[in-house]
Write a protein that binds this ligand. Sequence first.
Ligand code: ADP
Ligand code: MG
Length: 398
Amino acid sequence: MTAADTALSLLRTLTDAPAAGTWSAPGRVNLIGEHTDYNDGFVFPFAIEHRTHLALAPRDDRRIRVVSSFDPTPVEVELSALSELFPARRDEIIEWARYPLGVAWALLESARETGTAVVGVDLAIASDVPVGAGLSSSAAIEGATAVALDEVWGLGLDRVALARVGRRAENDAVGAPTGIMDQMASMLGEPDAGVFLDCRSLDTEIVHLGFSDAGLDLLVMDTRVTHAHSTGGYGERRAACERGAEIMGVRALRDLAVTDLPRAKTLMDDVTFRRVRHVVTENQRVLDAVASLRAQGPRSIGGLLDASHVSMRDDFEISVPELDLAVDTARNAGAIGARMTGGGFGGAAIALVAHELVPHVTAVVERAFAEAGYAAPHVFTVRPSSGAARDAARATAS
Ligand code: ADP
Ligand code: MG
C-alpha cells in the first residue's frame, strides 16, 4: 500500500465523509551548505522521492482532527482554540501533532489578516520519509499540511509564504529553532534539480543537477546515531557564529568573504575563529558548487563535498566517528565525493557515487560499520524530486 493509500484508509477511521483529496510533500537532502542558513548564507538542498501524504475531508463544524500512521489516536482541537494553544500551551499537545496543528495555527494567523473564513477538517497523515535520519520528515509533514490547508481554505499563499508557515510551526508550535532551508526545499523542489537558496533574501534558483545523465547516484548513509536539536551543541554553534559576526562588525557571517579570514584570526579566540572559518568557507563552497555544476556538471563537485566534510569535522566539530567512517569508507570505495549532511552529532552522510558502484560502496560501508562494532547503517539512494503538491486525482478515488 502506498503512503497515499494508507492516509486515505486512515481517514476512514475518522470520518465517512468523502476525501477532498490527498496532498504530499517530500523530505530533502542538503547537497552542500551546512550551518550556513542561520548565518544568512547559502544552501543547496534538493527534494527527495520519499514523501509524506495527507488525506483531508472537510467538516461541518470548526474542529480540526488529525491522525497519523505513527499514532492511531486522533488529536482534536477547536480551530478557535489554536491561538490559545500556540505557542504558550504547546506542551498540552502530543509532540507529533504539533507539526500539523502548528501549521494550521500559523496559516490561520495569516488568514486572520485577510479575514478568510475557514471550515473544520479531518486530516490523516502517512509517510515514507525516515524520521530523524536528517531527511527532514518534519518539513515533509509541514509541507503536506500547508499545501492541503492552503487549498481547502482558499488562502492562495505562494510557495515561499507556505515555507514560512512551516518554519513558524516548527519554531513556535513545536519549539525547534531551525532555519527555513528544509521547508523551502520541500516546497520548491523539482525533478533532477537542486534548490539554490539565499537564506537572507529567500531568493531561489532551481539548478539542474544532471545526476542521472552523468550516471551518478546520491547515496544516503544513515548512521542511526540520533541527533537532537535541543542538545547544547547546536546552540553553542549558533552562539559562536553570532559572537564572530559581532567581533567582525557585520550583521551575519554571510557578510564576510574568505579574504576576511586572516583579519578574523587576529581578532578572536581559536574556537570562535574555526567556527567562523567553517561558515565563511562553506558559503563559498555552495557558490562554487553551483557554478561548477553549471559549467562542468556533477562529477566536478566531489572535491567540494569532501572539503565540506573536513570543515565540519575539524573546524565546526559537529561530526561523530560513525559519520567520519561512512565518509572515509565511501570515498575509499570510489565515491566522487562525500560529506556528513544535516545538523551534525549523528544522522546521515551522503556520497556521490557512479551508478554501477552503488552496490560495492554500500557493501563496503556496511562491512566497515560491522568491523568497528557500530550499529548497522541504513544505506539507500535518493533521487532529486518534485516539491509539495496535490496528488493526482486517481489517488483519491476511494
Ligand atoms: P527529521 O526532520 O530530521 O526527520 P525532526 O526531529 O525534525 O527529524 O522531526 C521528526 C518529528 O516530526 C517526529 O518525531 C514527529 O514528531 C514528526 N513527524 C514526522 N513525520 C511524521 C508523521 N508521518 N506523522 C506524525 N508525525 C511525524
Ligand atoms: Mg526536521
